[in-house]
Design a protein around this ligand. Structure first.
Ligand code: IMP
Length: 210
């Protein structure tokens, strides 16, 4: 059994990443930072998802002396030149970060900003960068992308963030209309952590049989 640290306090994220890595690398367990109250909050100031994922993975690997993983994700909107990007969580301002009301405000702001954008220019993608940092300084990042388009009205109540307005390519339902197992099977996080699993195996960070 190999235990990997995921640099997050979000229990749901730990479960989701463990489920993804578990199918790729049986025998790997993922633990978060919630048992470590003194671990300082990492300020995510980098302009890229990969940069922020590396910041978080490095912080955990350095503090704990163990191999650490991290991710950073968000929505890339073509008509907004790739924004909200790394600012997705606080696009409408810093208030109430991570709450449902902030999620709604962020989504409504993007809808307003795209109100004049025609249907054929409403391309967007959920993007997730995943990083691994080992105590001996090995660093690697990968990116998973779920392409789609943005609707004009929210649809569905599952998920979080921008899910109600995001229609993945070749799907008829938004990610907020899918069950979590359906969304997780195609998600940007799934795609990123699958690539990361390949890297961990290929570079001997975890045993091939793990
Ligand atoms: P984080 O990297 O998981 O903290 O995500 C940053 C922000 O990106 C979230 O607060 C959401 O606004 C947005 N986001 C990331 N992944 C998703 C997703 O799967 N659905 C909807 N919004 C997402």
């Amino acid at each position: 059994m190999t235990e990997l640290v995921l640099s997050t306090r979000n229990r749901h994220k730990v479960d989701e990443v463990e489920a993804i890595l578990g199918t790729e690398l049986p025998g790997v367990r993922v633990v978060g930072l919630d048992g470590l109250p003194d671990f300082p909050e990492v300020v995510e100031f980098e302009p890229t998802f990969a940069g922020n994922a590396l910041l978080k993975a490095r912080a955990a690997a350095t503090a704990l002396g163990r191999t650490a993983l991290a991710d950073d994700s968000g929505l890339r909107v073509d008509a907004l030149n790739g924004m909200p990007g790394v600012l997705s969580a606080r696009w409408s301002g810093r208030f109430g970060a991570g709450t449902d009301s902030q999620d709604r405000a962020n989504m409504n702001l993007v809808l307003d900003q795209l109100s004049d954008t025609p249907d054929d220019r409403r391309g967007a993608a959920f993007v997730c960068a995943a990083a691994v940092v080992t105590p001996d300084g090995h660093e690697h990042t990968v990116e998973g992308v779920l392409p789609g388009v943005l609707l004009r009205e929210p649809r569905g109540t599952n998920g979080f963030g921008y899910d109600p307005i995001f229609l993945p390519e070749r799907e008829t339902r938004t990610t907020a209309e899918m069950r979590s197992t359906e969304k997780n099977a195609i998600s940007h996080r799934r795609r990123a952590f699958r690539l990361l699993a390949e890297h961990l195996r290929a570079h001997g960070v975890v045993d091939a049989g793990a």
